[in-house]
Design a protein around this ligand. Structure first.
Ligand SMILES: [Zn+2]
Length: 460
């Protein structure tokens, strides 16, 4: 922590070029907002305090001089959405959207070392549910915008804060926000991307999230007439299903490479064992390289980066120990490479199952297939400049996430979306959704400077 903290002080002292006030006020406000947000239990269900979190954010912004009429806090079921528009000087320029979410995953206080909804700063960390995912990021953005306004900045294009209230669950507010913001220039998702700290505290690399795999669930079902188990027939629902699952289990989708995964493999190869690194470099040149595919496919951490993957996740069948099964079902969960349609994946699985008795249906809920966002030079340049200023010399490359975020909704209405959070975490500190969530607090001054630079460059 010490190294990074000292670095921040040096950089702050040297940042005279930017006509912004000293970082101090914005840094303090970011911490204050993050603590307040963590103290609100923004969890789905009874007592959900997301509407209170939205109202609090509105109050902070209005107090800083943002027009109350341009800030919407709208109840949706037991949660709320938050949308704040900072009007730019050019009403015709499409808006710059900053996307995030106010809700958090449930946390059971009894299992935590500290109360998850009581923010604590200790040993250089901010502790509490949402410290990583993603109340600190939201606080950094809000405090930075307030600071920019205080400094007299006026964006050219509108800057719109779009914070959802159920990203971790049903994403209803996420889809409403994306729908309303159709036509925006781009969305910066402050809940994605981010940097890795080595266990020694030194920054290793930074990634910009530009794509997400599509989540899909396919149900397989075989039904038979059934009967007495003492009189077996050739067709047996469980056997038929098992044989189809075995064929699917042995199948590999044709590996794919995109500009995003190419950049990712090239960037991350140097950090791997020699064998993995070699495979990554070879795959980035030729995604049909057999040896590279074998090596990457054998790595649970990277197999998802080389194409669509499908695995059997549940199975059930039969109704009595002494009866022929009348029904057997299984679920196949797929993580589909961006740009590929779920229907095409299901058709391919059907072909591999090679048994017309196995009926397939798409039972996916709450997912929305999306293409990757283009690696726009303006975004990459702005982010690279900002990261370069606060974390000099740290390599930056694009990434594709295996999980879904609000970016899915923006991409599905044609708004390119980029995960650009400046938080740097150690692997051993990665507790999002888990116990004892925490984030190094010296991310704050660097994060404020980073956001000021990125938001200025992309809104002017
Ligand atoms: Zn999140």
């Amino acid at each position: 922590m010490k190294t990074v903290g000292m670095l921040a002080a040096v950089l702050l002292a040297a940042s005279g070029a930017q006509a912004a006030p000293a970082g101090g006020a914005a840094d303090a406000q970011a911490i204050e907002i993050a603590k307040k947000l963590i103290s609100l239990r923004t969890v789905r269900g009874a007592g959900n305090q997301t509407p209170a979190a939205a109202a609090y954010l509105k109050q902070q912004m209005v107090a800083a001089g943002f027009a109350a009429g341009d800030i919407t806090v709208e109840p949706v079921d037991d949660t709320a959405l938050f949308m704040a528009r900072w009007r730019g000087s050019d009403a015709k320029a499409p808006a710059l959207v900053i996307s995030g979410h106010m809700d958090v995953v449930e946390a059971k206080p009894a299992d935590w070392q500290r109360d998850p909804f009581t923010p604590v700063i200790e040993n250089g960390y901010l502790f509490g549910r949402g410290a990583t995912d993603m109340k600190l990021d939201m606080a950094l953005v809000v405090a930075t915008l307030i600071d920019m306004k205080r400094a007299g900045y006026t964006p050219r294009r509108d800057i719109v804060l779009a914070f959802s209230g159920d990203e971790e669950t049903v994403m209803k507010t996420s889809s409403i926000l994306a729908e309303r913001l159709k036509g925006a220039e781009m969305a910066l998702n402050v809940d994605g991307g981010g940097g890795l700290l080595g266990e020694d505290g030194r920054p290793q690399y930074f990634t910009v999230g530009a794509a997400e795999k599509t989540y899909a669930d396919f149900q397989l079902e075989v039904t038979n007439a059934g009967g007495h188990s003492s009189a077996p027939r050739r067709d047996n629902a469980i056997n038929q299903l098992a044989a189809a699952l075995a064929r699917i289990g042995g199948y590999r989708f044709t590996p794919q490479l995109s500009p995003i995964t190419k950049g990712y493999f090239e960037g991350i190869a140097a950090r791997q064992t020699p064998e993995l690194g070699k495979a990554m470099r070879a795959f980035a040149v030729n995604p049909a390289d057999k040896a590279a595919i074998e090596t990457l496919a054998a790595s649970p951490a990277y197999v998802g980066q080389i194409g669509t993957t499908c695995v059997t996740t549940t199975i059930s069948g039969g109704h009595a120990l002494n009866a022929l099964p009348q029904r057997a079902t299984a679920n196949i969960n797929c993580r589909i490479f961006p740009g590929v349609k779920p229907a095409a994946v299901m058709a391919e699985l059907q072909r591999v199952a090679a048994d017309p008795a196995v009926k397939f249906s798409d039972v996916t809920e709450g997912s929305n297939p999306t293409d990757a966002s283009p690696l726009r030079p303006d975004v990459m340049t702005a982010v690279k400049k900002a990261i370069g200023a606060v974390r000099p010399g740290v390599p930056m490359f694009p990434s594709m996430s295996a999980g879904a975020s609000d970016s899915m909704w923006f991409r599905s209405v044609g708004i390119p979306s980029y995960g650009i959070s400046p938080l740097f975490l150690k692997e051993s500190d990665e507790f999002a959704h888990g116990l004892n969530e925490r984030t190094p607090i010296d991310n704050v001054p660097l994060g404020v400077r980073y956001y000021r630079s990125v938001l200025t460059d992309l809104s002017k």
